[in-house]
Write a new protein. Structure first.
Length: 120
């Protein structure tokens, strides 16, 4: 079974951290799927614009501000990931509490730093 990472808030703009994260995840041989506002491809990863019912999601890494996350609460919980990473600027204690209630780990961290320090 392949464990997937979902990058939520993926951007085609190369200077965005979500874009960098997709490239770094791929460079570390981590399987990636992505959802963003615009369709496109980053490092061979197609960006979806709809809430796809992916299977085997191990990690969701967030690149959406807390207000924009609200529409994804039930979607993310339905995926039953092992953990959700709140990257800098995405911290959301309301969502952390919901995840805890659904036995999903949350981590306030930076995906790029976790990868760079072999803690991902």
């Amino acid at each position: 079974m392949i464990k997937l990472t979902l990058v939520l808030g993926a951007s085609l703009k190369e200077e965005r951290y979500s874009n960098r994260a997709i490239k770094k995840l791929k460079a570390n041989n981590i399987s990636v799927v992505a959802i963003g506002l615009k369709k496109g491809v980053i490092a061979g990863v197609a960006i979806d614009t709809e809430k796809i019912p992916y299977e085997n999601i191990d990690t969701v890494t967030l690149y959406l501000n807390p207000k924009r996350q609200e529409e994804y609460y039930s979607y993310i919980i339905s995926l039953q990931p092992k953990r959700v990473i709140f990257n800098p600027g995405t911290e959301n204690m309301e969502f952390v509490k919901l995840l805890q209630e659904n036995n999903i780990e949350s981590e306030i961290a930076c995906t790029l730093v976790l990868l760079a320090t072999n803690q991902y």
